[in-house]
Design a protein. Structure first.
Length: 189
């Protein structure tokens, strides 16, 4: 059941995404009590991301409108398995992807005023990608704001890692409790 956790998957392939989403949602729905701590940590991560969102938005508002090259490309719009765990822990749905958009095209979720997906629900790699001009703008601002921002990023990363570790720990416990999934020499008829 949870063997999917340790497989390398292609997250741009719709069938893989759907399967992982269904399996992860199933784990959270059928094992609510066991995943309570995972859910709590996911909520903390979401709140932390939203707390830094205004700071990031003020910097992207200053830099992105004048940009000549769009770095928000569609390839980065796909959630990976860790993002799916996070979304399922929050009880959130993943945005629907259009299949007619190439990976190198501008992101399908890029609107006139930036991303249309709430920051805390975006793919992790997308949320924390900062181009050189954006990073320079952040660094050149007040040093107190920059230090707080870096501290928040470190805390978000640590909390997210804690959430994923907790999820994997519970999944392993579930696998151990249900016994071998594949026939072994001792359990074949």
């Amino acid at each position: 059941m949870a063997g999917f956790l340790f497989q390398k998957m292609d997250f741009t392939e719709h069938g893989n995404l759907s399967r992982i989403l269904v399996q992860t949602n199933y784990m959270f729905k059928t094992r609510e009590w066991e995943f309570m701590r995972t859910r709590e940590i996911a909520k903390e991560v979401s709140a932390l991301i939203e707390s830094v969102s205004p700071f990031i938005q003020s910097n992207t508002d200053a830099i992105c409108p004048g940009c000549r090259e769009v770095c928000c490309i569609n390839r980065h719009s796909y959630h990976d398995h860790q993002d799916i765990v996070y979304l399922c822990a929050l009880g959130e749905k993943m945005p629907s992807h259009r299949k007619d958009v190439d990976d190198s095209d501008p992101c399908q979720f890029l609107g006139e005023k930036g991303c249309i997906v709430k920051r805390s629900l975006r793919p992790y790699r997308c949320t924390w990608f900062f181009c050189t001009p954006l990073l320079e703008n952040i660094r050149n601002g007040p040093s107190l704001h920059y230090r707080r921002f870096i501290g928040s990023l470190q805390l978000i990363t640590q909390k997210r890692t804690d959430m994923l570790d907790e999820f994997i720990k519970v999944c392993r416990e579930v696998l151990l409790s249900i016994g071998p999934v594949y026939p072994t020499a001792t359990n074949r008829a």
